[in-house]
Design a protein around this ligand. Structure first.
Ligand code: SF4
Length: 443
């Protein structure tokens, strides 16, 4: 058994660089066409070349999502995309449609093909079918339990990939028509409006327009609003299941989200694997006895924007507890305030691109790929040209901040959100949860 790969989302170039710097073994991304994330920025041809070169220069693989179900008029452009991406050196295509799968083999046989979770592979017979067709990996539907995953891995010599973290749909993977029906925006073309997160009311047939609230409590009731997936505590069981790739959901989430989630799963996976590979008898129970779970991992996953967390279908079929009924908001404990671009060791200043209002005297925290979170009180701000400032009010300003610690490029500045600005959650615990959209219905 190989150490599983950690696979992170790359919605644009910045997020790709974050994923690479913060520990991903591979990234998945979309081109401007044919990727199921219509709202994500995605990559132009030039950016795609740059992205692949950057990732490969760091030993990180790049998978291109082409998991649309195309119509006849799309085929010529799709073929051109596959040829172009193969020429750029992409490591695998993520496909759902058998026609695209066939076309990829025809035009780029050297590129591996991964079967998208959109194709709903949930059993060993389907996995075997795809293996016989030449697929090297299937991305399982999130309805598959870890026990079933273990059985599939034992029966079929094909790589299995599962989602371990991120937003979850209330519907069967890749089979939701709610958004198409209510808004005309198709989830299966990557344009979901997330109506499952809306608040619904009841209307009695003979009283049109007399809407009755459905209330769990005074905050209302969001009856389809699924919690977010978080499997970090189940890493021993995931290793036992023989999974080849652990996928983080979130191509539309922020660079801060990508960096921090990748960072934490990197640490946890490395630590769990170090125990696993030295076990005489490889079992989740034995691994669990020897593995020291760090509570800070969970605390850090609580510092990104998230809904309440749960473990999905990993161990058992989720019930009513899998939904957040009382709010559609995500919990966001920290603002993404800036990204480090450079460090001037002589003047002890760090050059940043600002993302949120920063003021002299602010107390912020820095995260970086290899250092523990570092508290910093902002004691000096200068413009790029050296003019002394007291605040940075405009988005994406480039400025210098006083900082004694040398910080690597890509370090992130975050600031705790004051209590009064945090959305209320009725039962706030750590195991609760960037809702810029997305869900693990699709890649
Ligand atoms: S997020 Fe998922 S479940 Fe919700 S409306 Fe979109 S596709 Fe459907």
């Amino acid at each position: 058994m190989q150490k599983p790969e950690l696979l992170a989302p790359a919605g644009d170039m910045e997020k790709l660089k974050m994923a690479v710097r913060y520990g991903a073994d591979a990234v998945y991304l979309g081109s401007n066409d044919f990727s199921l994330r219509a709202q994500a920025k995605n990559f132009t041809d030039e950016q795609l070349t740059e992205a692949i070169d950057f990732a490969h220069s760091h030993g990180v693989k790049v998978y291109l999502t082409v998991n649309v179900y195309p119509q006849e008029q799309h085929l010529a452009d799709l073929r051109a995309l596959l040829v172009k991406a193969a020429g750029m050196g992409v490591d695998a295509f993520i496909v759902a449609d058998p026609g695209v799968f066939r076309m990829a083999a025809e035009v780029a046989p050297q590129v591996q093909r991964h079967i998208s979770t959109q194709a709903n592979c949930t059993n060993s017979q389907t996995a075997e079918f795809w293996r016989e067709q030449g697929a090297s990996r299937v991305i399982l539907g999130r309805e598959v339990s870890l026990e079933n995953c273990r059985q599939m891995a034992a029966r079929v010599p094909i790589e299995l990939e599962i989602f371990v973290h991120g937003a979850v749909c209330m519907s069967y993977s890749g089979r939701c028509l709610l958004s198409s029906f209510l808004t005309g925006r198709s989830a299966n073309l990557g344009d979901c409006a997330q109506p499952c997160r809306w608040q619904y009311r009841l209307e009695e047939a003979r009283r049109p327009g007399a809407y009755m609230p459905i209330e769990e409590d005074r905050w209302g009731s969001y009856i389809f609003n699924s919690k977010d997936l978080c499997l970090i505590e189940l890493l021993p069981e995931i290793l036992q299941a023989g999974v080849a790739s652990l996928k983080i959901e979130g191509r539309m989430k922020s660079a801060y989200y990508v960096a921090n989630v990748t960072r934490i799963y990197r640490q946890a996976l490395d630590s769990c694997w170090a125990v696993w590979e030295n076990l005489a008898e490889k079992s989740a129970a034995a691994c669990r006895q020897n593995w020291q779970f760090d509570a800070d991992w969970l605390a850090e996953l609580g510092k990104i924007s998230h809904r309440k967390y749960f473990t999905g279908f990993a161990q058992s079929e989720p019930g009513a507890e899998a939904y957040v009924y009382d709010t559609t908001y995500s919990f966001r404990g920290y603002d993404f305030a800036g990204v480090v671009q450079d460090y001037d060791a002589e003047r002890k200043r760090v050059l940043i691109e600002q993302r949120n209002l920063l003021t002299l005297g602010d107390e912020v925290e820095i995260i970086s790929p290899k250092l523990p979170p570092l508290p910093l009180k902002i004691s000096g701000i200068w413009s790029e040209d050296g003019e002394e400032l007291t605040r940075l009010p405009h988005a994406r300003q480039i400025a210098w901040l006083a900082c004694d610690t040398p910080l690597p490029e890509g370090s992130i500045i975050r600031r705790a959100v004051p209590e009064e600005r945090r959305p209320e959650l009725s039962a706030c615990s750590l195991l609760q949860n960037d809702t810029e959209g997305g869900c693990s219905c699709n890649e």
